[in-house]
Write a protein that binds this ligand. Structure first.
Ligand SMILES: [Zn+2]
Length: 312
């Protein structure tokens, strides 16, 4: 007998208002998420890279939202894995405006520089994610701190400026679930291990990142909807753990720099002193995209530039 089974490939309903779409870049599950927030109108948070725009559209179809019903596409920041697909996605969504930080907007309109810096920081991985297509200027809506994106039926998203991971980083607050879409401001959540690890590629600003985290903690959210990856409860505990981890890594890296140690030596010390289990350390070492060398560089560049010898 043939059973008609409506199987969802990409999407998952998280609550009455929020859906997750697993973008699965090159088949990598549980790594890159877009979210759909639905009131009378719909908003998408994160486009993901251009490589996975087709998967995002497939996920939208699974959820049963028409392309014309999407009024907003919000990106937390313009890094290629979060906003690389914006220019590719928008032609498919005739009524959508792209919500982005002021400092990021012009780079999405003219993405050449952004592409070059993606290549510089990520190398082959940027090629895998795919190039940025330019976003027409008239489709951009500049996001400002405190702005509320009304989706109707009591659903909205509030814009929060959360600098540190990037100088153009935003988070979005969803009141019905008391949830926050932190982008990369709250680190990378490895849901398989229930642990949050740093994402601190250069240019990273440690002090700003820590004060953003403090602000997120004070908001006392119930949920974090991580772009990498997925929903997480015990949000405040996760934010506090992440702040502690950033401080610890910062201390170890700064000490190593003062002692003239090489990056590999510093990395070994981090693994020694951090509470990451061997399974997590192995996972990171063998993961195609999660590369701690890049994150350690971010810290080192920050310490060099800021000439900071200490931090709180
Ligand atoms: Zn990022």
């Amino acid at each position: 007998m043939l059973l008609l089974n409506v199987k969802t490939m990409y999407s998952k309903r998280l609550n009455d208002f929020v859906y997750l779409i697993d973008l699965k870049p090159r088949g990598f599950e549980n790594f890159s998420a877009s979210y759909v927030i639905k009131g009378k109108k719909a908003a998408i948070v994160e486009t993901g890279p251009s490589l996975t725009v087709e998967n995002l559209l497939a996920g939208l179809k699974e959820i049963g939202i028409k392309r014309e019903e999407v009024d907003y596409v919000a990106v937390t920041h313009i890094h290629i894995d979060h906003a690389g697909g914006a220019g590719t996605l928008l032609p498919h969504l005739p009524n959508a405006q792209l919500l982005v930080h002021e400092r990021g907007a012009r780079h999405l309109v003219n993405p050449e520089k952004l592409w070059l810096s993606s290549l510089q920081v990520l190398g082959d991985i940027a090629e895998m994610y795919g190039k940025f297509q330019p976003v027409p200027e008239e489709r951009i809506l500049i996001a400002k701190e405190g702005m509320v994106i009304d989706l109707g039926e009591g659903v909205n998203l509030k814009v929060l400026e959360m600098l540190g991971h990037a100088s153009h980083e935003l988070s979005f607050y969803e009141k019905n679930s008391n949830g926050i879409f932190p982008g990369d401001a709250a680190g990378i959540y490895l849901n398989k291990f229930d642990v949050v690890i740093p994402t601190t590629p250069p240019p990273f600003h440690l002090e700003m990142a820590l004060s953003s985290l403090q602000r997120l903690i004070q908001m006392n959210p119930s949920w974090l909807y991580y772009s990498h990856f997925g929903p997480a409860s015990n949000a405040v505990e996760k934010l506090k753990n992440y702040a502690a981890r950033l401080k610890l890594w910062g201390e170890i890296i700064l000490k190593g720099m003062r002692n003239g140690e090489k990056l590999e030596v510093i990395y070994e010390k981090i693994l020694e002193k951090d509470t990451l289990t061997p399974e997590v350390a192995d996972f990171l070492k063998n993961h195609l995209i999660l590369n701690n060398a890049r994150d350690i560089h971010g810290f080192m560049e920050y310490f060099r530039k800021s000439m900071k010898l200490d931090f709180k």
